[in-house]
Design a protein around this ligand. Structure first.
Ligand SMILES: Nc1ncnc2c1ncn2[C@@H]1O[C@H](COP(=O)(O)OP(=O)(O)OP(=O)(O)O)[C@@H](O)[C@H]1O
Length: 268
């Protein structure tokens, strides 16, 4: 066993204030009396891809969903501690939760386009937000579909049903729909786990390219995927942050014995 590996609490990795997008301080969340996250402290850097990995039930999705307060919808969920988006407390009384969810968009495991055309899917969020002149709306829809690497495949059939697209195309459409309202952060919860290998590679390429536009946080069971697309990786176990660092370091030179056990397959 390598001497430096130990199970001390994870050292806090910090970023200069100008590079920090999300900041989690001593954050705990329980469903009723069952703790899911235990006093987590971590920072998510702006315009980077940060991956959350760890065994099933370790709290990855719970942490991701906390970033846009999806737990408000679950009466049994209680939290303590603080999360800031660009320096602002997301639990502040005067915070507008709809605006938070516009700024922090989310894409789930199974593609969920609405039963309407490709065009209407991307326009959906824009219609709710504000009345835009058609020309301007068309420009944003083209921009969002291009950003989601889907424009060339759908530009000649924008008014056909979104359900005619393949699963991978549907997931890129959902990403375009989320991008259309210009979020600052994109949360991705296992975005490729329902897709075939080629569609998965397209989503991964998209994730890498999108960091020019916004900050991405990815939950994945697939460690190769985390290694391929993320800049930073956080390893969680039983609601605790075990290790957080640059992805290369976490995968090739982990500082914690528990991380090494997980990435080498000794714990699943
Ligand atoms: N809505 C809920 N109500 C009650 N308990 C929940 C709820 N959602 C999650 N949990 C529990 O909280 C813990 C963390 O779950 P979470 O889904 O965040 O983990 P995860 O790491 O994302 O798991 P997986 O990889 O299986 O999706 C688990 O013990 C889970 O059973």
């Amino acid at each position: 066993m390598v001497a430096f590996l130990n199970d001390e609490p994870a050292p806090v990795m910090t970023f200069p204030a100008g590079e920090r997008c999300l900041s989690v301080r001593d954050f705990s969340l329980a469903y009723g009396d069952k703790p899911a996250l235990k006093a987590l402290t971590l920072e998510v850097p702006r315009h980077r891809v940060t991956a959350f990995i760890g065994p099933s039930g370790c709290g990855k999705s719970t942490l991701l969903r906390s970033f846009n307060r999806l737990h408000d919808l679950n009466e049994s969920a209680v939290h303590q501690g603080r999360i800031e988006l660009e320096g602002r407390d997301i639990f502040a009384r005067d915070l507008n939760v709809s605006e938070l969810r516009r700024r922090v968009g989310m894409v789930f495991q199974s593609p969920n386009p609405f039963p309407m055309s490709i065009y209407e899917n991307v326009a959906f969020g824009l219609r709710l937000e504000r009345r835009l002149p058609k020309r301007k709306r068309d420009d944003i829809i083209e921009w969002a579909l291009r950003s989601a690497a889907l424009w060339d495949e759908v530009k000649d059939r924008l008014h056909r049903s979104a359900w005619q697209l393949s699963g991978g195309q549907q997931q890129r459409l959902v990403i375009a729909r989320t991008l259309a309202v210009k979020p600052d952060v994109l949360l991705l919860d296992e975005p490729a786990s329902a897709l075939d290998p080629i569609s998965t590679l397209k989503i991964e390429e998209l994730i890498r390219n999108l960091k020019n536009e916004l900050t991405l946080v990815l939950v994945t069971h697939n460690m190769q995927q985390a290694a391929r697309v993320s800049d930073y990786t956080a390893f969680l176990q039983q609601g605790e942050l075990v290790e957080y660092g640059p992805t290369d370091q976490v995968f090739t030179n982990p500082k914690r014995q528990r991380t090494e056990n997980y990435i080498t397959g000794r714990v699943i």
